[in-house]
Design a protein around this ligand. Sequence first.
Ligand SMILES: [Zn+2]
Ligand SMILES: [Zn+2]
Length: 442
Amino acid sequence: MPVPTLPSSGLPEPLIHEIRAKATSLTEALHELQLALHGRPEIAWKEHFAHDQLTAYMERQAGWSVERHACELPTAWKAVYEVGQGGPIIGFNSEMDALRGIGHACGHNQIAIAGIAAALATAHVLEKHDFPGKVVLLGTPAEEAGGGKAYMLKRGAYDGMEACLMLHPGWKGNGVGFATLACSVAFSVKYTGASAHAGGMPEKGINALDAAVAAYTNIALLRQQVPSSHKVFNTIKGSEGWTANVIASDSTFVVGMRTPTAQEAISLTERVLNCLRAAALATGCQFEIRRESMYMDLRNATELENYFEDVCKSHWDGECTVDRLASTAASDFGNIGYAMPVLHPMYGLPDAREGDSPHSNTFAESTGLRSSTDATIRAAAMLAVVGTRLIVDRPWAEKVRAAWAEQYAVFGGQDTVDKVEKIVSAYPLAPEVSSDMCSCGH
Ligand SMILES: [Zn+2]
Ligand SMILES: [Zn+2]
């Protein structure tokens, strides 16, 4: 069937109502699904139960083809629905991981069902009206640490997408918000010295703890000379192997950086790495720098953000507040945003505690509530409206992409990605990260 002529303001009302009706019809089942994840939180790269629950659910949906353990990552997955052949591809993401010790305090259990609801609602209207197009839903592991999406991007999971859309729950409220997120880079360095009797012959030792302390101090001094928008934070590991009367022969220093843009991270990274190198030189230790993670800064594609806002304002039940802010939080979805237009709205949970936000230890109490599921489904329907429009309104999809290219050109676009890649890939992946990714028994 030919794609209908659309009003310039977006999808026709009847289509929006069909999308909403489909999403709402999934509420009971998806509430149960998120509750299962909520009751069994799993940290980054260990989302095996979530992987199995979510893929099993998608395998029960007619017409979907599901790939478990996608991209050679044990807990990643991919579900695809296609109408016709060769139509545009729209992507959605379902995150899954929890936080160590405080469960689903980032609400990724809700993000998991948000992706499913948006993908199923989009596929439903494509099928019903015979609009050619493909819906790709990715189960993306390790957002909180490691950056699963970055690996899935490199391994082709996002290839050909028109745009990629996902949601994130936020504060107590009834509405949506748009946040610009920071670029986040993390490295570790292992210092290796030589042990010796600290009282008897310290001159024989090469002090790896001193190297870590020197690195800590170097960075403390550096902080005064960087813009206030740049954050550098660090810790020293290895104390379980130390004792006062033995010169420490091993230490590990972990450092993370946040900058508003990846361009700013490029120069800051070199300065921070010099702090680490100088500490080795000063103490005589051997050192090995390893990369931990690299999340690009995240910006919603302006056209997608504006349309999502319009849809929410006109179709929310009750008043829909709209907030905009810049945050020093970060997400691996930022890496996707440099590859294609992305949309990552946040939305309120009506019964969250006043003042709570993701990563506060009481936020997990709210992310499993039925009212939170209702908020997720409502926001997911709005996201599906944006996704469907990208498939059926081709002139608008072209406008979205052109505006995105212009928006990201300001931040260096692909050139910035290439420069960051060059810096980061010069260092091996930290062994803790690579073993987390791969030694899962799947
Ligand atoms: Zn989080
Ligand atoms: Zn999160």
